[in-house]
Design a protein around this ligand. Structure first.
Ligand code: SAM
Ligand code: FES
Length: 345
């Protein structure tokens, strides 16, 4: 089968064999066809609409020590910060005024915030902004904890599985962290009733194309509402400082493949994609992404939430990012909408 026939098969059957996936991932010759096919599917379901999510990075403390991540606990050089409930609510207030109807609370795994504190913050956002979605993204918790956040008013949870291959997972994480637990968390979240997002880094150290196929198979099993992928980018204060960054072209190819595999999915054009290339997010949208997640965190803390070096948007006010993205999305041929932006299953 030729690659162009493979793309047609993927669009029609929403599936391929492992070897067809590998062949498609291995060549850039058909990228244009792949991206336009994915864009057609995206427009059938979401038209030209792009959903915006206001990202609040509320803590850069983390008890984990993932080898790739700049806020790992082993990084003794970075200054740490935490936002108070009041500061988080201020971010929401500013975001609401700018048209955001989804707030994403993201952070390291920071034991300072007890479940009671988290539930109190969620409850306050829920009562102040009943028309908004509350998305959480602060790692692996017990099923009971996830349930208590849900009952306090959270609707969505983002937890990338990072890699679906056990050996690869062990190469990216220290002993004590397990892929099995991460996957279990995702299924627990689904069972509770969250809209669930997962995903992985593209080009993380030791990743093979076979690993990526395993990632796609895991996502087929999970059937998430949201899928976040972005290139791996090096951070100098990590054990992986010397490893090469992931590839933008492979990331874009995968965005299109994900769009064809999961036509309904909410797929962000991520900050990492915008960091590896100044037009990365626009290209991500054209390849099939339909979400952007500008930063609502206070400017004075933004540089400190440094997962990788050279992260964009760390000096801009929320309103500046909002305006900048409006222009970027428009230039790519799409339109930001300010509704809650639920998945269209
Ligand atoms: N602690 C939460 C968690 O583990 O899901 C949320 C924060 S975590 C820093 C968010 C995501 O950043 C991770 O899932 C990972 O895929 C991504 N990330 C971390 N380090 C990165 C790097 N060096 N390059 C690209 N993405 C990275
Ligand atoms: Fe933040 Fe452009 S999106 S400055």
């Amino acid at each position: 089968m030729t690659i162009s026939e493979t793309i047609t098969k993927l669009a029609q059957q929403k599936n391929l064999t492992d070897s067809e996936f590998i062949a498609l991932l291995s060549t850039d010759v058909y990228d244009n066809l792949l991206h336009t096919t994915a864009d057609k599917v995206r427009r059938q379901i979401y038209g030209d609409e792009v959903y915006i999510r206001g990202l609040i990075e509320f803590t850069n403390y983390c008890k984990n020590n993932c080898y790739y991540c700049g806020i790992r606990c082993g990084n003794s050089v970075i200054e740490r910060y935490r936002l108070s409930k009041q500061e988080i609510l201020e971010c929401c207030k500013e975001g609401y005024g700018l048209g955001f109807r989804t707030f994403v609370l993201q952070g390291g795994e920071d034991p300072f915030y007890t479940d009671d504190m988290i539930c109190d913050i969620i409850h306050e956002i829920r009562t102040t902004y009943p028309d908004c979605a509350i998305t959480l993204s602060f790692g692996e918790k017990s099923k009971e904890s996830y349930l208590s956040y849900f009952q306090s008013g959270a609707n969505r949870y983002l937890l990338r599985h990072e890699t679906a291959n056990n050996n690869h997972y062990q190469k990216l994480h220290p002993i004590g962290m397990s892929l099995e637990n991460r996957k279990q968390c995702l299924f627990n979240l689904k069972e509770i009733g969250y809209q669930v997002g997962s995903g992985f880094m593209v080009g993380s150290p030791f990743q093979t194309l076979e690993n990526i196929v395993e990632d796609l198979r895991f996502l087929q099993d999970l059937q998430p509402d949201m899928i976040g992928i972005g290139p791996y980018l090096a951070h100098e204060q990590t054990p992986f400082a010397e490893y090469e960054n992931g590839s933008m072209l492979l990331t874009l190819r995968l965005i299109s493949i994900l769009r064809l595999l999961f036509p309904y999915a909410l797929i962000p054009a991520t900050t990492a994609l915008g960091t590896i290339d100044q037009n990365g997010r626009e290209l991500g949208l054209k390849a099939g992404a339909n979400v952007v997640m500008p930063n609502l965190s206070p400017v004075k803390f933004r540089k400190l939430y440094e997962l990788y070096n050279h992260k964009i948007c760390t000096g801009e006010e929320a309103a500046q990012c909002r305006g900048c993205l409006e222009r970027r999305v428009k230039s790519a041929g799409y339109r930001i909408v300010t509704n809650i932006g639920n998945v269209k299953r």
